[in-house]
Each structure stands twice: as C-alpha cells, then as structure tokens.
Write a protein that binds this ligand. Structure first.
Ligand code: GLN
Length: 719
C-alpha cells in the first residue's frame, strides 16, 4: 500500500476507535467516509487482502437477513468473515466494514442496489447475489429500470463476478439476460412448484423485459415471482441451477428441499413466510458456492437469531409482541400474509416514517392490501404511527378500518391494555422506524422493579380524529344512480399507489349511496367508452408508458370523442404526458394521444419531491408527490390545474402544475392524488354526475381524517 492508502486506512481506523471508544457512538459510516475521502481506491486495496474472496448481496427485500445468514454459515466452517451486519450498505458503510481488518477469509457484504456501481468495481466480488427487485424508494431510484441499468453496469465492471440471482423474478431475470449477453456467468435459483398463495392485488413487472408482451405464469409464488414465460418466446424464467421444492409453509416456519450443485438437501427453518423461502435458498446457494455443506448450513439456520428487528419476538406485560420490518408494498404484503397465517386474533401497529432512508414518497401504502387486516388477519385493533401516521389513517379508512394514531409502542400497548394478553401485538415498521421501536421494546421487555413495565395512559381519545362514514339520508334519492369508472391499463400504469385514486373514487361514490362500477381495461382488451362516466390513467416508468402508448393510440378516436363530449378523464404523470401531442423518451419522440394541446419534453435533473398546488377546484392546497423526468408545456387554450406552492409541477419554471381542459384533469401529482385531496375527487365525481344525470351537487362526507392528512402535509410544506 502507498502512503495515501496507509493514511486512509490508519485515519479510518482511528475514526472508528474514536467514535466507539471515546464518543461511544455507532461507527458504521464515518470511518469509511474518512478513508474514502483520503483514498477513493481504499475499498479496492482492502478487498485484495481478503484470503478467499467476497460475496455481495443486494436486492430490494431480505438482504440483511440473507447476508447475516450467509456470513454465519461461512463462519461455522471455521473461516473468518467480514460482514456489515448492521446493514450500513452504501459505499461508506462497506468501506467501514472492510477497514475492520485484513484478517478475513471472506467478506460477505450487503449492498444497496444503487451503490453496487461503487461497491462491485472496487470489491470485484466472486459472487453478486441479487435477491429480488421491487418498487422501493423510487425517489432515490427514479424508476426501477434505472436500478436494473445500474446492476448491469456494475456487473460489467467486474467480468469475473458470477451473478447468483432469483430466476423467478422477471426483473432479476431481465438483469441476468443482459449481463449474460455481456459475458457474465449466471447461476439461477427459484422455487419449482406452486406455493398456492393468494396473489397480491397490485402486481408489478408482469410484462416481458424484451418485447413488452404480458407474461404468462405457470404459477406465481408472490408478487411477480414465479414460473413465467413470454408467449412470444423471447423471455422466460431461466433454467434453475438450484431449485426448491416440497416447500411447506406454516406460521411456525418453513421446510424445503433444495436440489442443485450436485446435491439434495432438506432444510428446516424456524421462522417463516414465503419471502423467507427465497432468502434461505439464496443464502444456501451462495454458501454452497463458498463450500459450506448442507448440514453446516442447517446448523446456521438452527441458531440464527437476527436480533435486528426482523421477526423479533418480545414478551411485554405478559403479551407477545412481534416486531418486523416492512418498507415497501411487497414487504408489507408478505407481512400481512404472515399475520393471516397466524390464526389468533391480534392487534397491529403500523409505523411509517418518511426520512431519506425510508424514501420520502409513501404513496405505496395504497398498494398494500391492508384490507386483509380485518377478516383474514383477525386484527381487532389496528393503530398507526410515524411521520406519516395521518396518511396511514386515511389508507386504513379506505380499507374499512378505523385506526387511531398512537405515538409509540408503549402507547400502542396501553391502548390495547384491556384486551386479553393472549392476543399478540404485531408491529410493522418501515426502515427508520424500526430501530427506535426495537430499542423501546427492548427497554419495555426488561422487567421493571415491580415486575411489569409502566405503560403510559391511553391517548386522549378526544384528540383523535373520529371518522364516521356518513351516508346522508337524502342520498337515498340517488340510490339508483351508478357511475362507471374505466381504469386504463392498471397492470402497466400504476406507479406507486395510483390505484388508490380508484379506491377513493369508488368509496366516495358508494358512501353517497350510489353504485360505482370499475372496469379495468387490460392489455388486449378493446375499451369502449360508451356508458363510461370517468376514465382514469395512472403513471408509469418510461418503459411501461411506451408499451401502453401503442395500445392507447389504437383507441385515440374513441377517447377523443369521449373527451370532446365532456367525458371526465383524470390522468396522472405518465398518463398525463400521454394526453399530449408527443413526449420525449430518451431521444425518441413518442407520439401521444393529442387529446389536449400540450407536449412533453425532458429535462435534468429528474423532478422528485413533495408538491403543494393552489387550485380553483380545491379549497385546500392539493398535496402529493412528484417523480418525473418529463417537462410538460401547455398550449394557449389549456389552463393549468393550479399554481405551484411547493415543488415544481409541469416544467420547473412556469410555476404551474397540471392541466384542466373540458372535463379532463392532468397532473403530475402522485400520492395518490385523490384520497388526501377530497375536493379534487369530488370535482371529478360531480362532473361525471352532471354529464350523466344532469346535476352536480354532492352531499358532504365526513372528511376529518382526509383533511387532517392534507393539513399535516400542507403545514409541513408551506410553513
Ligand atoms: N416516465 C415518466 C417520466 O419520467 C412518468 C413517470 C411517472 O409516471 N411517475 O416523466
């Protein structure tokens, strides 16, 4: 090592020692940051000292568990392993781990997907394990296609790295296909049978990564994972080098058989959930590649206790309390599946923060099937908390659940104090909410002098917004009225919670005693707009938007007639861009529907963040989230939806957001748009009623919860 490298290592280690010993602070990032600032190549130099090699584990869900399990398994063979066990998974965190010593045989490193572009070229790992790709933190990633591109580029930087990936996930298989074409060796694992689980309501990535056609599934495990193939034959699940079968899932755990690497092994796992099948499988594959035998791997499973808030159990005041991380729709849906598998009645406390490491956009809570909490999961009390407690409360209301806001775990415990202690409490926390909640539970779980922890009094119920859904008696006179909503291409255009708009419209129509029918128009369907009262088009990644465009262009004449006749149409982000004459995708000018006089070009940087807009159609500022590369320009006869109070809107310079043309509303606002902006939802419904039934007055609803969520964001953004 040269002087610079020695200085980087020395000062990095000194920073580590100082932080831990003198300041008694965690030292998971700063030492690495110091070392990288002095020598940007320090990771590379330290990695060269590893005696046998390194394995990098990435993927949206399950990477901490898989990394730790894999590190344990290799350690059990007597080899020394460096591992960033606490999950500090960006470059500085990884550098900090590598600084720990040059004594290791292996480094097992958890890596954030976007950070692989720094970590893989430096470590040149023997294996890159890619677990899965789901929508997560799109405010960091922009669009999921970008995450795939980064992984492909990271692999290209290290030609000897073998990609070990989940063949069941079309998004991982898409990365594998491109990496293989560039010369990377790929090992695929997956589940070789139908697990018989209920599909999630909102599916992602169900389209061919090559031609965009809808994928056919022989069976699906969860989310988009399963045995898929494109009917055109250009893309399918790769042959599995390691395959799990005989999978038995129960509330207590999992058993599975794995064939691969010339071996057959059966594993017994004491913790459960379908996602864990894949984590265990991935960890085993990587362990086997690092020459860990199956019985050693089983021993590591036997003693595995994450102690990191992942399915961690506590006993507090005689009650079982189970803490788990849930940070994106797929993770949450998997947690809900676990709750449903536990047959006992239970209470549930959901905590969602929106710090940088959580992702600032929490629209995805509308893609979580919270509806399952009621009957299926037997949750008798649901509570919500965290920075976005108000949003969760609105989401729960639309799932038919009245969920009070509580501050923390101890308040949640006192809220359910009168319920039988046989009833467990499940806490589902997103990223930054997990660690403080875990600390709180650890403190509460320690018996106090009296033997039981002191829990604070119940929160003042008078201060909780009460939401009673009002169906006013006069609504009966419209009981025979029905509004038909056409939801165009929800499988492709449903970026982050856009389907929450449909749920919101449906409920607000039904709460007024009318019938709402939702017609989902899928790929291959020929939509007819006759008899339709409201059309909705959501947002999507560039790729998906491009696929939809051709389908929509075939409907152009019908849609245009509908719009000119005063048909109500709401379009969000990608859908909004499609309304115009054209939009730019990369350098390609894609023809739009020309329904409204507008066009969209591109700008950098991507516009990402919270937004608030003053609009004539809402008595509160319209609040939500924007995430777009496109810049939209309105023609002279098209009005904007409103004036931007916070954020960017159409083009970052005009100060305006969205468009209004006849009964068409276009907007960049996700969030989703309607639940927290009830006036906008009602504007659409009243326009539709007027066109169909000739009247536009709507009976007021009890919007306390919605308005509290709106106010919380408005105050945060505007004061
Ligand atoms: N792909 C489009 C853009 O980046 C729309 C994105 C979206 O719908 N959020 O501008």
């Amino acid at each position: 090592m040269g002087i610079r490298a020695l200085a980087a290592v020395g000062l990095g280690r000194l920073a580590h020692w100082g932080l831990r010993t003198l300041a008694r602070r965690p030292a998971s990032q700063l030492p690495g940051r110091v070392a990288l600032a002095i020598d940007p190549h320090v990771m590379e130099r330290l990695a060269r000292k590893l005696r046998q090699g390194s394995i990098v584990v990435c993927g949206t869900n399950g990477k901490t568990t898989t990394t730790n399990l894999l590190a344990d398994a290799i350690e059990l063979t007597g080899r020394r392993v460096l591992c960033n066990r606490e999950g500090a998974n960006m470059a500085a965190g990884v550098a900090t781990s590598l600084l720990q010593g040059s004594w290791a045989d292996w480094a097992v490193i958890e890596a954030d997907e976007l950070s692989t572009i720094h970590i893989v070229p430096a470590l040149k790992p023997s294996y890159l394990v890619l677990l899965n790709l789901f929508r997560d933190q799109l405010d960091r990633a922009g669009e999921i296609d970008h995450v795939q591109d980064v992984l492909v580029r990271a692999l290209a930087s290290s030609p000897n790295t073998v990609l070990v990936t989940c063949g069941d996930d079309p998004l991982c298989a898409g990365v594998a296909l491109r990496a293989r074409q560039a010369g990377t060796k790929v090992i695929a694992f997956g589940v070789g049978e139908d697990l018989g689980l209920a599909p999630d309501r909102v599916l992602e990535a169900g389209f061919c990564q090559v031609c965009g056609d809808r994928l056919a599934y022989e069976y699906r495990s969860y989310a988009q994972l399963g045995a898929f193939r494109c009917p055109r034959g250009d893309f399918s699940r790769p042959d599995l080098d390691f395959m799990a079968t005989n999978v038995r899932l129960s509330h207590e755990g999992i058993t599975l058989k794995v064939d691969g690497g010339g071996d057959t092994a059966v594993f017994d796992v004491r913790f459960g959930g379908p996602y864990m099948v894949y984590n265990v499988l991935a960890a085993y594959v990587a362990a086997a590649l690092a020459r860990v035998d199956a019985s050693t791997f089983q021993r590591s499973l036997d003693v595995f206790d994450p102690h990191n808030g992942r399915l961690q159990h506590f006993r507090i005041g005689g009650r079982e309390v189970i803490l788990n991380l849930a940070k994106n729709p797929t993770g949450f849906n998997q947690n809900l599946a676990l709750l449903c598998a536990d047959p006992s009645p239970k209470s549930v406390y959901v905590v969602v923060n929106d710090n940088y490491n959580d992702g600032k956009d929490i629209s995805w809570i509308w893609d979580v099937d919270f509806e399952r909490l009621g009957h299926e999961a037997k949750a008798s009390q649901v509570m919500v908390g965290g920075h976005r407690a108000n949003d969760l409360q609105v989401r729960m209301k639309y799932a038919g659940i009245s969920a009070p806001i509580v501050e923390d775990a101890s308040e949640a415990l006192s809220m359910i104090g009168s319920l039988s202690s046989d009833m467990p409490l499940y806490l589902l926390c997103n990223y930054s909410a997990l660690s403080p909640t875990k600390k709180e539970l650890e403190a509460l779980a320690e018996p106090s002098a009296q033997g039981e922890p002191d829990l604070p009094n119940c929160p003042d119920s008078a201060s909780q917004p009460k939401s009673k859904v009002v169906v006013s008696p006069c609504s009966r006179k419209h009981a025979d009225h029905k509004l038909v909503i056409a939801h165009l291409y929800p499988e492709l255009l449903n970026l982050y919670g856009d389907s929450g708009n449909i749920l919101c419209l449906r409920k607000r129509i039904e709460w007024r005693g009318m019938e709402a029918e939702v017609r989902e128009v899928g790929v291959g369907d020929l939509p007819s707009f006759a008899g339709v009262d409201l059309v909705f088009i959501g947002g999507g990644s560039d790729r998906e938007q491009r696929i939809v465009c051709d389908y929509l262009l075939a409907q152009r004449a019908e849609l245009s007639a509908y719009v000119e006749d005063g048909g109500v149409l709401a379009a969000v982000c990608g859908g909004y861009q499609l309304l115009g004459e054209s939009y730019l995708m990369g350098d390609e000018k894609v023809q739009g529907l020309s329904l409204v006089d507008l066009y969209t070009d591109r700008g950098t940087p991507r516009i990402i963040g919270n937004i608030a807009v003053q609009s004539g159609i809402s008595s509160q500022p319209i609040v939500g989230y924007e995430n777009h590369g496109g810049r939209t320009h309105l023609g002279p006869d098209v009005s904007p939806l409103g004036r931007v109070l916070h954020g960017h809107g159409n083009d970052a310079t005009s100060g305006y957001e969205g468009c209004l043309y006849k009964n068409v509303l276009g907007t960049y606002i996700h969030g989703p748009l309607l639940p927290k902006n009830p006036d906008v939802a009602d504007w659409l419904i009243s326009r539709a009623l007027e066109r169909h039934y000739g009247y536009a007055e709507l009976e007021p609803l009890d919007d306390l919860v919605e308005l509290a969520a709106n106010r919380t964001m408005t105050e945060r953004l505007l004061t």
